[in-house]
Write a protein that binds this ligand. Structure first.
Ligand code: NI
Length: 226
């Protein structure tokens, strides 16, 4: 399942984050790639302990915590602190699959990357290229979203970022361990949740709503790991 969530940040929040990120201490992204990924990776990142990265990352996590569409789709158990990257001057990241397990810096916690997320900070017209291309069994999906929008996709996906041939692409990226590990089960739960929400608006008194809501929770009870 791939899903776009708009308006994670307001225009004013975006402006402030971007102003800060433009002054940030960017580093070569190869430093944080594994042996295989480093060969394909040509971008810049902020150090995970960079105070700016921590501050904006915390702010994004706070916003996500009050975003019902994110919670319904991801069913988050643990969310890794967001990281930040910048692509310009031909910068690219070739096909790769992300690591399965990430450590939370400064703690003994580990997070399984069931879902990957990218939050765009640059408007599409500010740069050429820089598309996130995600492969699945239905083919290639090319994603280039307006600033402030987020894309969620399965952490198991083969994906890449095409070369940025003009301008600069700024983004945050992070991983989520879901209560429900299987993408197919999360998709079913989201579909059921959306249907229940729509029926609640249309026929709020229907007794079947109680039963359908019960089915949702009983499926979640079967599939969730906490
Ligand atoms: Ni990746």
């Amino acid at each position: 399942m791939m899903l776009t969530i708009p308006n994670i940040l307001t225009p004013e929040q975006l402006r402030q984050c971007r102003a800060a990120l433009e002054q940030a201490a960017w580093q070569d992204g190869k430093q944080t790639a594994g042996h295989v990924a480093a060969r394909a990776k040509d971008n810049q990142q902020l150090a995970q302990d960079d105070p700016l990265s921590v501050q904006i990352g915390d702010f994004i996590l706070e916003r996500l915590g009050s975003e019902p569409r994110f919670i319904a789709a991801a069913l988050p158990l643990k969310v890794l602190p967001p990281r930040f990257n910048r692509y310009s001057a031909g910068g690219t990241y070739g096909n790769h699959i992300d690591n399965a397990i990430f450590s939370v810096p400064g703690t003994s916690h580990r997070v399984r990357s069931d879902l990957s997320a990218t939050l765009f900070f640059s408007e599409p017209e500010e740069y050429d290229g820089g598309e996130l291309v995600v492969e699945d069994t239905y083919g290639s999906h090319r994603v280039k979203l307006p600033a402030g929008q987020l894309v969620l996709y399965p952490g198991s996906s083969l994906h890449r970022v095409t070369p940025v041939t003009r301008g600069t692409r700024l983004a945050a990226f992070f991983w989520i361990q879901s209560l429900v590990r299987e993408d197919s089960q999360r998709s079913l739960l989201l579909e059921l949740d959306n249907a229940v929400q729509a029926l609640t608006a249309e026929v709020p008194q229907s007794p079947e709503l109680v039963r359908l809501t019960g089915v949702y929770h009983n499926l979640l009870r079967q599939w969730a790991n906490t």
